[in-house]
Every structure is written in C-alpha cells, then in structure tokens.
Design a protein around this ligand. Sequence first.
Ligand SMILES: Nc1ncnc2c1ncn2[C@@H]1O[C@H](COP(=O)(O)OP(=O)(O)O)[C@@H](O)[C@H]1O
Ligand SMILES: [Mg+2]
Length: 242
Amino acid sequence: MTELGTAFDFDAESPILVMEALCKNYQLGSVQLRVLREIDLTINSGEYVAIMGPSGSGKSTLLNMIGCLDRPSSGEYLLGGQSVADLDDDELSMIRGARIGFVFQSFNLIAQLNVVENIEIPMYYQGWSERDSEERARELATMVGLGDRVDHRPSELSGGQQQRVALARALSNDPLIILADEPTGNLDSQSGADILEILDRLHGEGKTLIVVTHDENIATCAERVIRLFDGRIAQEEFNKER
Ligand SMILES: Nc1ncnc2c1ncn2[C@@H]1O[C@H](COP(=O)(O)OP(=O)(O)O)[C@@H](O)[C@H]1O
Ligand SMILES: [Mg+2]
C-alpha cells in the first residue's frame, strides 16, 4: 500500500473544503460549455448540505469536483486545507479512498458480489486484511438494517436495500465526507425515508454530508441548501431550526 504522507492529514483548523472562483468548462468541438461558473463555496466539517437545481445546472459536476473525480478548469480548491492543484493523481485517489465516501443514484453495486463483498471493496483497495474487512462489512450491513441479507446478491435485493448497501460501502473506510448524488432518486418514498434516516444519523455522528437532490425531504433535513442555476450558485439558505 502506498503511503500518503502529509497529503493525508486534513488540517482540523481549516474548513473541510473551500472553493474560490472555481470554473469547469468542457470543450465540445468549437463550443466551450461553461458548466461551473465562479463557484465560491466554503463547507465546514460536520455540515449537512443539500445541492439542488434544475437538471443540467451543474450539480453532478460540482459534486465530482468536490470529490476530486475531476479537476477544475480554473479557480482554487482547498480540500482539508490543502490545494488540490498541488496533488498528483495518485495522491488524489488515495485521499478519495480514505476520506470520501460516494453514493450514486444508480447504486453502482457489483452484480456478481454479495452484500458483504460489495461493502468490502473500498477496504480491499485500502489494504485491509480479509478478516478485518469482512468483520467491518458485516457490522456495516447490520447498521443499515441488512444483517440478515449479507449473502444476497444485488439482484436479490430491492432498490432501497441496494442503496443501503451502497451507503454501507461508502462508510467502510470511515470517511470524513459523504457525497451522494440523488441517493433517493430511484427509490419509493419509504425506501427514501430509510436512507434519509441513515444520513441523519451519520450527520449526528459528525460526518460532513453533501447531497445532490431533487427531494424536498432531504432539503428539509439539511442545514444548508445551495441552489445552482446555469452553473452558478443562485441561492443559499440556512435551515434555522437545525
Ligand atoms: N464530460 C462532459 N462533457 C461535456 N459536457 C458535460 C460533461 N459532463 C457534464 N456536461 C454538461 O454539463 C452540464 C451540467 O451537467 P451536470 O453536472 O450533470 O448537471 P446536473 O447534475 O445538474 O443535471 C450539462 O449541460 C451537461 O451536458
Ligand atoms: Mg446530475
């Protein structure tokens, strides 16, 4: 396993992420698409933030930028106090693996693997021993209410159960930040409510949650709602009662 060195340590004094005038462009032939325009955003450790906005407004692009799945075209991005521009691709993927958990609308589970094995994937990449990763995967399966389904494959689970596996997988490396892109988008309302409850619990445990969503229930649970329009932050609200 590669050593991360100092890039691994998040500065506890700094906000967990800071973006300044961050832009993302895509070049399509002779046309330049300006997908994110001058995004200024600071998120503190432990915050629960919902990102909303119409389809095509840049929500997924912003989340991918936050998760270092892609690099900005211009502007600053500090993650855990460190400039992402100073990190090479290996360092970025190590930070992703150790510090960030991802959840997607389409679950992205591996069909051939059962629940425990799916949850174990990130731990495998981080070099956990087989025994430890299996033990932790079973604990996480139980935590998301699937303790009696550990041997099931994704095709033998409902959508809501699959999303709970994906959430358990995202938690396996005990990340500081959980990024979810429309996690309830493919779920019925009860399954969506189950996911919300788990997110709420994680927030209570001090995780930083950043959730792209059309779901007004998530927006109500979050402490802050950021609305994107045309690649810009058009509106920001803080939910006072949280
Ligand atoms: N890799 C890409 N290449 C070119 N255009 C892209 C790429 N990814 C996203 N876009 C464009 O960027 C815009 C924002 O996309 P996206 O971030 O997925 O929006 P949202 O998640 O809010 O629906 C869309 O117009 C989309 O077509
Ligand atoms: Mg999207």
